[in-house]
Design a protein around this ligand. Structure first.
Ligand SMILES: [Zn+2]
Length: 96
């Protein structure tokens, strides 16, 4: 399982990031994330702002924020940029 530091460098299986020396965590495991959350993740990656994300998903802005915060907890990141990076990595992995 790959590990990542809080700055989203790939750290392979190291306990500390080789680049920034921060402790790493196993994050970005998408295999146990329910489908509607994966759609949210995809919209976060695609859309420009919170209102657009909610609109793309056909849910309210408040609901989108709840989904995003569940995703951050489940995936071990702290903001929507981190979520977008995780989805981007997932796209690169399935394309590889
Ligand atoms: Zn790092």
């Amino acid at each position: 399982m790959k590990r990542y530091c809080p700055r989203q460098h790939v750290c392979e299986d190291r306990e500390r990031c080789p680049r920034c020396k921060l402790p790493t965590k196993e994050v970005g495991r998408l295999d146990q994330i329910p489908h509607r959350y994966l759609r949210t993740l995809q919209a976060i990656h695609t859309a420009k702002n919170g209102k657009e994300i909610a609109h793309d998903l056909g849910i309210s802005y408040e609901t989108m924020k709840v989904y995003a915060s569940h995703l951050m907890t489940a995936l071990g990141c702290h903001n929507r940029v981190g979520l977008a990076l995780i989805w981007e990595r997932h796209l690169m992995e399935i394309a590889a």
